[in-house]
Design a binder for this molecule. Sequence first.
Ligand SMILES: NC(=O)c1ccc[n+]([C@@H]2O[C@H](COP(=O)([O-])OP(=O)(O)OC[C@H]3O[C@@H](n4cnc5c(N)ncnc54)[C@H](O)[C@@H]3O)[C@@H](O)[C@H]2O)c1
Length: 355
Amino acid sequence: MSKKILVTGGAGFIGSAVVRYIIENTQDSVVNVDKLTYAGNLESLETVENSPRYAFEQVDICDAKALAHVFEHHQPDAVMHLAAESHVDRSIDGPAAFIETNIVGTYTLLEVARAYWNDLSNEKKSAFRFHHISTDEVYGDLEGTEDLFTETTPYAPSSPYSASKASSDHLVRAWLRTYGLPTIVTNCSNNYGPFHFPEKLIPLMILNALEGKPLPVYGNGQQIRDWLFVEDHARALYKVVTEGKIGETYNIGGHNEKANIDVVRTICSLLEEFVPNKPMGVTKYEDLITYVKDRPGHDVRYAIDATKIGRELGWKPQETFESGIRKTVEWYLNNKKWWSRVLDGSYSRERLGNQ
Ligand SMILES: NC(=O)c1ccc[n+]([C@@H]2O[C@H](COP(=O)([O-])OP(=O)(O)OC[C@H]3O[C@@H](n4cnc5c(N)ncnc54)[C@H](O)[C@@H]3O)[C@@H](O)[C@H]2O)c1
């Protein structure tokens, strides 16, 4: 039977991939609840915005009254909670918004969902799910090169961002233990792919290289991240919300550990292939690599053990890093309109003008 899923943060990078996946691959409906911060971009949803199974509500998850109205009006069967402040560097410069949205916002959403869930019929109540989407950064740093984060790795967040996400994970678990709200948590490694906001590593490097600007790499570039193609993540999340077990945590990862510097070099070599006509004064894209002062508290290595979701729910990534990064670079080359409107700010200026 088809469901109505309330997705928070559906105008963001991963949220928009989830919304597109659900509308394009299932019979379910989506209510996208998004405040439209700088990271929210409705232009990432153009392929699905006219679907009768898609609705958008511009609401802040910290606004209990507006949220309660959305639940009342749309009567969702499940929540997928992705809305968050998500950029580590921004959390170091200004942690307040991270505390507000990631902690207070998650608390507010839990309370509104709980009040709504309490009033459901028994059948709807037992079918309801609250799926909280989190990050592997809550586990902190991995020391040994062989270690992997599992679902039982203790939490040890390092940045204001990861600490706020860790807090929200604890709140979600407590709402299950204390109130019985049927929650599930997923913790995922670094995502990349189409519609990624150009402040994040991979799109930043692609776009800077195309303009002949420096490619800033933190410290010695040896920080290791486990990269997952965003559409693989979206498929995993849908599997979890529809088939996952209440109270469980599932780690999601791509088994693609790469040092940041190698990611940047791979992008450079793909650009050599796709755009051999370089900007003036650039002989090789790699010559643009510039090492900059490391980020404070920078974790050295993250890597996920995603065995459980594979074993229990039959999910595995379809893209390798090599195929996914090729698709990503090609997407940025073919979608200049999307990213130039982000870079010049027009994606949000026009939106404000229309309100
Ligand atoms: N990007 C990654 O690599 C990654 C990895 C693992 C987990 N996650 C988690 O996945 C989720 C989505 O990440 P993303 O990269 O798509 O983030 P993003 O920054 O691209 O998008 C966040 C979205 O949330 C919205 N939002 C922010 N504050 C809000 C509020 N108060 N009320 C309503 N909406 C609000 C924004 O407008 C935006 O559309 C986050 O919870 C993040 O912690 C991200």
